[in-house]
Design a protein around this ligand. Structure first.
Ligand code: KIV
Length: 282
């Protein structure tokens, strides 16, 4: 059974205080959202990873605002009770704070999101503050930031030396002061993730950041064997859906070729006596 009451920021903060882990997963569509809510996840991230996972791009950069808002609205229809986070795509918030506010607002007004997520370090602290001033709850994604791979030098884990880890801790403090409501830490060792998590009242969600975060998120398609790209080592695997899908398609093709499909149970029936009338031509 899914959560009966709407999960809010207050719910996530209370979970942190009570030491109860927060369960977060990605979703990009209505049926997946229905399943995730029924399975009891607390929050869903409509991630720009959709560009890679569903659209076949080699990075998240081609995701657009129109796409993300349409997908977030579909996920909200399927999961009205979860805490819903819309992922702001590349260049939807980096250009000016005003543009960031306007684009973030679309996730709130058109898709019913509870928060938006931006990937940034301290250089965008004014943008986070501008969104917070506009009453838009912002989750700040720190550490490995896939929209910055060309600047970071690829998909590399972050915070592995003490100086980098300190910088991440300072960034986290600045983001909290700027009004962020949650943090997401991607691909960093457990030690800096623990320091950040313990230093803030904000819910901290880890994505390959070790066990001490307040909750965890992975890309659903990686977790259930539905993605084709390389899967990060921190993702647990609970199903092999792509091979199940392929074998279902192989059986369908074989049944058509052998004539086993369609069988009688797949056919519509004519009204009583009408087949004979049709045959006789009367
Ligand atoms: O886009 C996404 O799915 C994400 C997760 C990997 C955290 O940002």
């Amino acid at each position: 059974m899914g959560p009966r009451e709407k999960v809010t920021l207050a719910t996530l903060r209370a979970k942190k205080r009570a030491g109860q882990k927060i369960v977060v997963l990605t979703a990009y569509d209505y049926p997946t959202a229905v399943a995730e809510q029924e399975a009891g996840v607390d929050a869903i991230l409509v991630g720009d990873s959709v560009a890679q996972v569903l659209l076949g791009h080699d990075s998240t950069l081609p995701a657009t605002m129109d796409l993300m808002v349409a997908l977030a609205a579909a996920v909200r229809r399927g999961a009205p009770h979860v805490y819903l986070i819309g992922d702001m795509p590349f260049l939807s918030y980096q250009v000016t704070p005003a543009e960031a506010v306007r684009n973030a607002g679309r996730f709130m007004t058109h898709a019913g999101c509870d928060a938006v997520k931006v990937e940034c370090d301290a250089r965008l602290v004014d943008t986070v503050a501008a969104m917070a001033r506009a009453s838009i709850p912002v989750m700040v994604h720190m550490g490995l930031r896939p929209q910055s791979i060309h600047q970071l030098g690829g998909y590399r884990s972050q915070g592995r030396n003490a100086d980098d880890a300190q910088r991440l801790l300072q960034d986290a403090r600045q983001m909290e002061q700027a009004g962020a409501v949650a943090l997401l830490l991607e691909a960093m060792p457990p030690e800096p993730a623990r320091m950040i998590t313990e230093s803030t009242e904000l819910p901290v969600i880890g994505c390959g950041a070790g066990p001490y975060c307040d909750g965890h998120v992975v890309v659903l398609h990686d977790m259930v064997g539905l993605s084709l790209g390389p899967v990060p080592r921190f993702v647990p695997r609970y199903a092999e859906l792509l091979s199940e899908l392929k074998s279902a398609v192989e059986r369908y093709a074989a049944d058509i070729r052998s004539g086993a499909y369609p069988a009688a149970e797949h056919c519509y029936q004519m009204a009583a006596g009408q087949a004979e009338r049709l045959e006789s031509g009367k």
